[in-house]
Design a protein around this ligand. Sequence first.
Ligand SMILES: *Cc1c(COP(=O)(O)O)cnc(C)c1O
Length: 231
Amino acid sequence: MTTSTLANNYQATKEKISLLEQRYQRHTDEVCLIAVSKTRSVEEIRSIASLGQRHFGENYVQEALDKITQITDIPLIWHFIGPIQKNKTKLIAEHFDWVHSVDREVVATRLNDQRPKSLPKLNICLQINIDNEKSKSGIPTDELSALAKSIAELPNLTLRGLMAIPTATDDIAQQMSAFKKMNVLFSELKSHYNQVDTLSMGMSNDFETAIANGSTMIRIGTALFGPRNYS
Ligand SMILES: *Cc1c(COP(=O)(O)O)cnc(C)c1O
C-alpha cells in the first residue's frame, strides 16, 4: 500500500473514532486505536508510526519479533492478540507490553514467571469466547471470575480487562448483543478490581457498534492497511 493511501486511511480512521466518541457520549480519546500489523511490513509500520500511531497488535510471535527487533528507535507499544502456544510464552513475556488473548491459568503463570524483572508488569486482558464458538479461543463467561482471581494475584502481571472477537457479522443487532454482554462482564470485573480499565473489542467491520457499547480499545487491521492475503 502506498504511503499516501495509508496516511489517508489513518486520518480517516482517527476522525471516525473521534466522531463516534462524540456520538456515543464517550470521553475524548477514551478509545485507543491498536493498529493490527500482522502480515504488514516494517515499512508500513514505520509509515503509520510517523503519523503518531504508537500501539500495534500482532498475532504471530516469530513474525512480530522480526519487526519488534527492527524498530527500536521509536517507542512503540506492542500488543499480542493471537492464540498463545505454551512454548511461546517466554518470547511474549520478553517482548510485548500487552497480551489480550490470555485464556488459561497455565499461560498466565508462565507469562508471570518469564516476565523479565527489568520490565514493567505485563498488561493482561482475558479473552472471552462470547458467542461460545467451538473453534474459537477464549474462556466461557462462567469461568471469568475464577481466572481473574488467580491472575490478579500474580505479581508480574497487571489484570487490565477483557477482550473478545465476536462472530463476524454485518447484522448490527447481533453485533450489539455480543458487545453488550461484554460490557456487562466488564462493569462487573471493574467493580472487583481497581486497576481494570480496558475493554478490547471492535475490529474493522464492527468498531462502531463496539464503541457504542463501551469499548476502550479497538483493534483495526484492514481499515488501515487494506485487505490481507492470509488470516
Ligand atoms: C486480525 C485481527 C484483528 C484486525 O482485524 P481487521 O478486521 O483486519 O480489522 C483484530 N483482532 C484480532 C484478534 C485479529 O486477529
